[in-house]
Each structure stands twice: as C-alpha cells, then as structure tokens.
Design a protein around this ligand. Structure first.
Ligand code: ZN
Length: 294
C-alpha cells in the first residue's frame, strides 16, 4: 500500500488518461468517445483470444481496407435462404420460391436481389488458419501426442470430468476403429459437429440456433472452451427450419470432401502440411449416420 501515492496510476488508468487527452485534443464527439472506450475494453476482455493469434495487432485504416477487399473473395460462402428461415437454397437450387411457406426468393422490386442471405463459414478455411498459426498448430497436436503415448503429465487434465471426456472421444471404440485408416497423418483433425438447439431468452422466446464445431484435437481442457469452439452459422428465423437438412447438407458436403481428399496448408513458417478432417461425433439434431461414412 505504501507505494500508492497520488501520482501512481495503473496501466489502464494511464491509457484512459491518454485516450481522454486525445478525445479533447481532436474534439471527438461524446458518442464516438463512448464507443472507443467500449472497444478498447473489449480488447482487454478478449486478451486470451488475441494472444492465440500469431501476431495480434490493431490495423491502420489502409490495411483494414485491403483486408476487407480480400475478404470479398470469400463471397462464395454466402447463400440465399428463405426469408422465414425455412430452408437454404444451395448452389444447384434454382427454385424462385420457398416450397414450405411460398415466400419469394428474389425481390422483384429490388433488382431481383434475394430477400435474405446468410453466410456459412468454411471448415476448411478455419482449419487451415489454425494449422498455419504455430501456436494453434501445437495445441492441435494433442491428439497425435496422445496416440503416440508420449504426453507429459502436465498435459493431463486435472479434472475428473475431463478424464471422462478423453475416454469418450479418443479412447472410444469408434475412434480406435478408424484411427489406423483415417488418422494416419499427425495433423489429421477430428471434429464434432453439433447444433445448439435454440437460444432462448429470459421470457422464453426462441431466438436462433447455432451450428458449431468442436475440434477434438485440442486437449479436453481447451476444446470445450468458448473461444476454441467454432460457430459455423446462425440459422435465420425464430423456429426450427422446415428443412434443417438444407443447411446441414452444405456443411456435411464440405466435411465429406475434406475427409476424402484432404487439404494442403502452406504455412508462413514454410511448411507444407497435408491433412484430412473427419467428423467423429455429431450431436444435437444432427444424425450420427450422416457423418459415419467409413
Ligand atoms: Zn419459407
């Protein structure tokens, strides 16, 4: 306590003062000030997430613009959906109205643009990002290390529940049965795909459903954490889609491709890593038989 004098500030207090001075110097509007404070606090809150990036930094304007331009090449991941959320129109689907609620797909009063679209993340894109990053690549080696039997004691989960989960996934008969045929490469990835059902608010109304993926290669004390799970998409609409499978089939088709043909990731540290992605477990409303193609 004796060190805390009137002139000693904590780091966050000093940053707050610096921001305050900047705001005053450039007459930044109150509203913008409030938003900047909120944003900066987000970066503190998400510190763990940021630390897992290989070189985390807030970019300057021109870099952001360049990044966003490159991102638009990912537009292939955007799909038309029924405005009521009944179904997703896959790339071969040429129907102009929803067969469940008869809502038009395209808006004739707005240059025939689709009434609603949604984005679905590509598992391949996500996995290649994780493999390219040396930090996450090492975390993903947990499965391989476990199989190879040389896992250190400190990698062992302390928690009894975690121990049970290991038994669940990588000691399970299903995994052991396909291990020698499907997990031949140390970087091969096992995933679990599941939907969360519906997120319900306090008054009991349904909000939305999320399809997400757990990467089982992470150690059990990481893989169930929020920041390690991947949200592939949030289903539109407030009720269960009439055709849940129209959404799911797109995702399963990509997994099928990655499982059969695999992918090559060229990393910034000059490695060329070949791997396949297999769905080992499915949960929620996702039928197990849809992924068990071995
Ligand atoms: Zn519909």
């Amino acid at each position: 306590m004796e060190n805390v004098g009137p002139n000693s500030y904590t780091t966050s207090e000093l940053i707050s003062i610096e921001l305050y001075d900047l705001v005053k110097e450039y007459s930044i509007p109150r509203d913008a000030y409030r938003k900047l404070v909120r944003l900066m606090n987000t970066t503190i809150r998400d510190n763990d997430k940021l630390a897992r990036e290989s070189n985390p930094q807030i970019m300057h304007g021109p870099q952001v613009e360049k990044m966003m331009q490159q991102q638009t090449t990912l537009s292939a991941h955007s799909y038309d959906v029924c405005e009521n959320g009944c179904k997703l129109y896959n790339l071969e689907d040429e129907a102009t109205e929803c067969q469940y609620c008869s809502h038009d797909r395209f808006d004739s009063r707005n240059s025939n643009k689709p009434f609603q679209t949604m984005k679905i993340m590509s598992i391949g894109d996500i996995v290649s990002g994780l493999i390219a990053n040396p930090v996450t690549r090492e975390e993903l080696r947990y499965r391989h290390n476990l199989d190879a039997g040389h896992h250190d004691d400190d990698e062992q989960p302390d928690d009894e529940i975690d121990r049970i989960f290991i038994r669940d996934v990588f000691d399970a008969d299903d995994y052991q049965r396909i291990r020698s045929t499907h997990f031949t490469n140390e970087h091969d990835i096992g995933i679990c795909i599941q939907n969360d059902g519906f997120v319900i608010d306090k008054r009991g109304s349904r909000l939305f459903a999320i399809i997400h993926v757990l990467i089982l290669n992470y150690s059990p004390n990481l893989r169930y954490k929020n920041e390690y799970s991947i949200q592939l998409c949030i289903l539109p609409g407030k009720k269960k889609p009439a055709s849940f499978s129209s959404y799911l089939s797109l995702i399963l088709a990509e997994i099928q491709w990655l499982s059969t043909h695999g992918m090559v990731v060229n990393t910034p540290d000059n490695l060329s890593i070949r791997l396949r992605v297999h769905c080992v477990v499915a949960g929620g409303d996702i039928p197990g038989k849809s992924i068990q193609n071995w």
